[in-house]
Design a protein around this ligand. Structure first.
Ligand SMILES: [Zn+2]
Length: 339
C-alpha cells in the first residue's frame, strides 16, 4: 500500500483523540509505579455491543485507542478485532485490507467474513490470536500512529515485527526510517542494541539495522554466537565486522601522525626531543595493542596527553596538545558510526 495512506490515517486518527487521551493520561497516572510498566491498552467494560453477539461470560475491555468513536477520514469503524485476552479493538476493514497482502492473515477474507452470522456494518467481530499488548502495537503501526504512551516493553515492539508480517503487512514500509514503530524501537534500543540489530537483520530492515549499529561499537565480535551469526546472516555480520575494522583502522591512521616538530632551539633540539618522541611512540603502541572500536575520546585524550611530562619546551607541549585535540575531534566526529 502507499505509505502516505498511513500518514493520512495518522492525521485523521489524531482528530478524535483528545477526550480519550485525557482518559488515558488518568489511567497512566493511576497505574504508574516507579518501575516502568506497560500501560493497560483497554478499559474493562460491563456491556459489550449486543450486535457483536459475544459470549456473555467473558470480561471484556475496550481499547482506549481503537474504540467505537475512532474515526478514519470521518469514517466510523466497521470491524471489531478481539484480542486473545478479550480486548475489543475497533477498526476499519477496508483500511486493514488495503495494508495487508493476505487479507489480514485470512481473518478478513471475504469467505471468512461471510461465515459471521448476521454481520452488518459496525457489527462484524473477528477474534485475533494475539494478546492485546502486542496487538495494540500492531494496530497503531498499521494506522501510522505512535503507541509510546502505552510504554510497551521492547521485546513486544520487536515481536510486533513478526506479527505484522503474519498479518500481511509490508514491514519494510511500516518500519522505514521515521515511522512511529521505527522511532519507538530506536529510542528503546540503546540498553540492548544487539537484540534490535538481530531482528532488524532477520527482517532486512536496513534503516533500523543501520541506526542500531551505532550502539554496537563495544560488541565483542568473538562473542557472537553461531545462532546470532545465523540470525544476522552473512551480509549484516560482514557489515558489522567492517564497521569495527574501519573504526580501528581509522584510529590507527590518526595515531600514526605524530606531533609536529619545531625548529631546533638552544633549549630544545633533536637530543631533547628524543625522549618525547619515544614517549609518544610508546603511548601510541600501547593504544594500538589494545585498540577497540569503542575506545572513548576521553581515554584517548588522557593517554596521549600524559606524555606532556616528556616535552622539554612549551612549543613541544603546544604541538602535543594540538595533535591530541585533532585526534580526539576526528575520532569523535569523523570515524564511521554505523554500518
Ligand atoms: Zn621542544
Amino acid at each position: 500500500m502507499d505509505p502516505s495512506t498511513g500518514l493520512d490515517a495518522t492525521s485523521a486518527a489524531r482528530g478524535f483523540a483528545s477526550s480519550h487521551e485525557q482518559q488515558e493520561n488518568a489511567t497512566t497516572q493511576a497505574t504508574q509505579t516507579p518501575q516502568q510498566v506497560a500501560t493497560p491498552v483497554g478499559i474493562p467494560t460491563q456491556e459489550t455491543p449486543p450486535s457483536l453477539q459475544l459470549p456473555p461470560q467473558q470480561q471484556y475491555s475496550i481499547s482506549t485507542a481503537f474504540h467505537a468513536d475512532f474515526l478514519l477520514d470521518d469514517s466510523i469503524p466497521d470491524v471489531v478485532l478481539i484480542s486473545s485476552d478479550h480486548v475489543l479493538f475497533y477498526a476499519h476493514q477496508t483500511f486493514l485490507l488495503s495494508a495487508s497482502d493476505n487479507h489480514f492473515a485470512g481473518l478478513l477474507d471475504i469467505d471468512a467474513i461471510g461465515t459471521v452470522a448476521g454481520s452488518t456494518a459496525g457489527s462484524l467481530s473477528v477474534v485475533v490470536p494475539t494478546g492485546s499488548t502486542l496487538f495494540n502495537v500492531v494496530l497503531h503501526t498499521i494506522y501510522g500512529l505512535s503507541c509510546q504512551q502505552f510504554q510497551p516493553p521492547l521485546d513486544v515492539l520487536l515481536q510486533a515485527v513478526q506479527t505484522l508480517k503474519t498479518f500481511g503487512i509490508a514491514v519494510d514500509q511500516f518500519l522505514a526510517r521515521d515511522t512511529p514503530l521505527y522511532d519507538h524501537i530506536v529510542a528503546e534500543s540503546p540498553p540492548v542494541p544487539i537484540e534490535v540489530f538481530l531482528v532488524a537483520a532477520e527482517h532486512k530492515l536496513d534503516a533500523l539495522a543501520v541506526a542500531t549499529s551505532a550502539h554496537l561499537h563495544s560488541l565483542v565480535l568473538s562473542q557472537v554466537t553461531d545462532e546470532m551469526a545465523e540470525r544476522m546472516g552473512p551480509t549484516y555480520f560482514k557489515r558489522l565486522m567492517s564497521l569495527h575494522l574501519e573504526r580501528t583502522g581509522y584510529l590507527g591512521k590518526l595515531l600514526m601522525v605524530a606531533p609536529t616538530h619545531h625548529e631546533d632551539t638552544a633549549e630544545c633540539g633533536k637530543a631533547q626531543r628524543k625522549e618525547f618522541d619515544q614517549a609518544w611512540a610508546l603511548a601510541v603502541g600501547n593504544l594500538m595493542w589494545t585498540v577497540r572500536p569503542d575506545i572513548p575520546a576521553d581515554e584517548l585524550r588522557s593517554t596521549l596527553s600524559s606524555i606532556e611530562q616528556h616535552a622539554k619546551c612549551n612549543e613541544c607541549k603546544r604541538s602535543l596538545h594540538a595533535r591530541v585535540h585533532d585526534i580526539v575531534v576526528n575520532w569523535s566526529t569523523n570515524a564511521k558510526q554505523t554500518i
